[in-house]
Ligand binder design. Structure first.
Ligand code: HEM
Length: 412
């Protein structure tokens, strides 16, 4: 890849003013999206670098699926250490074939619909326990329900880790996300190195145990791949942290956003109560209207023509999937939250070879938890005194705090 390209010679008339990091994008993206969708495929200076930006449905779908022209590997330019979450190890989300194919094949059996469906009763049990524990007539959805249920679903139900071991991966993930705050060139801090070493030693213990008595547990399957020479120990850690970090936050966000949207639209909540079979459609509408992800990005492998926009080798390409959910060429009356709307293929989970591997898990857990919420509460509504607060992570539209007033049912 041409790392020194200054991307000169681009048609200045195709540049637009696009701020992907505006904080208001989280609370009210409509004014931004409507302008960007009107303009369509364009260039913009993102973090000072000329980049291609896709916002319309067709362009977003093309970019997600185009692994011939676009790479998921992040170029190791100055400041790369801030993005080196996985200690230099290869990772499914940030790799291209053939590495991506090897990692995806190894993880896929853990996340098959048949394997996931069996986990539903456990998720229902955890959600019920959390709501009982929360008590009272207000609920802070994220900390009292969505985050603990998502953490238990991914680390406990899905990966089969005992709760007392969660801390190993929780600590490493926190270290990973604090790398962004380091000064350029600083390298990984001692606390990150200690957290990575603790996760490696945890895997070593499992390798030892599996050698004596194979458990056929999800983590056991990854260890088996290690013993067959398919995965290194470091790669096991990198994939486990990817599943934890990449799975927990969007599931929690989807649960929280679903409750937020239903609380903001009491007519839609009543409709769902009257017709529970609409639950899947309601979750799809939340994925469209209040999507957990705002944007993803890739880099051009070579010069190519992207649906009429010349893209140069090494250029970043931003895929604003959330904006595409409001494309009026696909969705009629797109700025209306409507659980009865005609369902279209969603872009919220991506397209092509990197399509979200946790798709079934996310849907199953959200369906199960919202089912428990509808059974447990006669009604819930926004608590006007406590505004919803969003995360600072620019790629996510993730509420960190949603407080609702809840009317509990009297349980026998
Ligand atoms: C509502 C929940 C979720 C949303 C909206 C979501 C969204 C996405 C999107 C848009 C991609 C494609 C990224 C790209 O092409 O660059 C993706 C990939 C991925 N997701 Fe999810 N995700 C969710 C839940 C999960 C869960 C529960 C897990 C794990 C248990 C997970 C693990 C992954 C992984 C490992 C990838 C990379 C797959 C690959 O590169 O082959 N996600 N997700």
């Amino acid at each position: 890849m041409n790392e020194t390209s200054n991307f000169s010679g681009l048609d200045q008339a195709r540049f637009r003013n696009i701020d992907l990091f505006a904080p208001e994008l989280k609370s009210d993206p409509v004014p931004f999206f409507s302008e960007w969708l009107r303009e369509g495929l364009c260039y913009a200076n993102i973090s000072g670098t000329p980049s291609a930006v896709a916002t319309r449905y067709h362009d977003v779908a093309t970019a997600f699926a185009d692994h011939e022209n676009l790479t998921n590997e992040k170029p190791r330019l100055a400041g790369w250490e801030k993005l080196d979450y996985f200690n230099g190890e290869l990772n499914i989300a940030f790799s291209d074939p053939p590495v991506h194919t090897r990692l995806r094949k190894t993880l896929a059996p853990l996340l098959l619909p048949s394997a996931i469906q069996r986990l539903e009763p456990k998720v229902v049990e955890i959600a019920n326990q959390l709501l009982v524990k929360a008590g009272g007539n207000t609920l802070e959805v994220m900390s009292q329900l969505a985050l603990p249920v998502a953490r238990n679903a991914v680390l406990g139900a899905l990966l089969g880790l005992p709760e007392e071991d969660f801390a190993v991966f929780v600590a490493l993930t926190e270290e990973m996300f604090s790398l962004g705050d380091l000064p350029a060139g600083a390298g990984h801090p001692a606390s990150y190195k200690a957290a990575w070493a603790a996760a490696l030693s945890y895997i070593d213990d499992i390798v030892e145990r599996e050698h004596m008595a194979p458990s056929h547990s999800p983590v056991g399957l990854l260890v088996d791949a290690h013993q067959r020479g398919v995965l290194t120990r470091g790669e096991i850690v990198a994939q486990l942290v990817t599943l934890y970090a990449g799975g927990t936050s969007p599931i929690a966000t989807l649960i929280g956003s679903t409750m937020l949207m239903l609380a903001r639209h009491p007519d839609q909540l009543s409709l769902l109560r009257a017709r529970p079979a609409l639950l899947d459609a309601a979750i799809d509408e939340v994925l469209r209207y209040h999507s957990p992800g705002l944007f993803n990005f890739r880099f051009a492998r070579r010069d190519f023509n992207f649906n009429g926009l010349p893209v140069l080798e090494g250029m970043p390409v931003y895929i604003v999937g959330h904006a595409a959910n409001f494309d009026s060429a696909i969705y009629s009356n797109p700025y209306k939250f409507d659980i009865l709307r005609e369902r279209k293929p969603l872009l919220a989970f991506g397209r092509g070879i990197h399509f979200c591997i946790g798709f079934h898990t996310a849907r199953m857990v959200t369906r199960a938890v919202i089912g428990v919420v509808l059974d447990s509460f006669r009604n819930f509504a926004l608590n006007d005194e406590t505004p919803t607060i969003y995360t600072g992570n620019p790629q996510e539209r993730a509420p960190v705090s949603i407080t609702l007033k809840v009317e509990r049912r009297n349980r026998p």
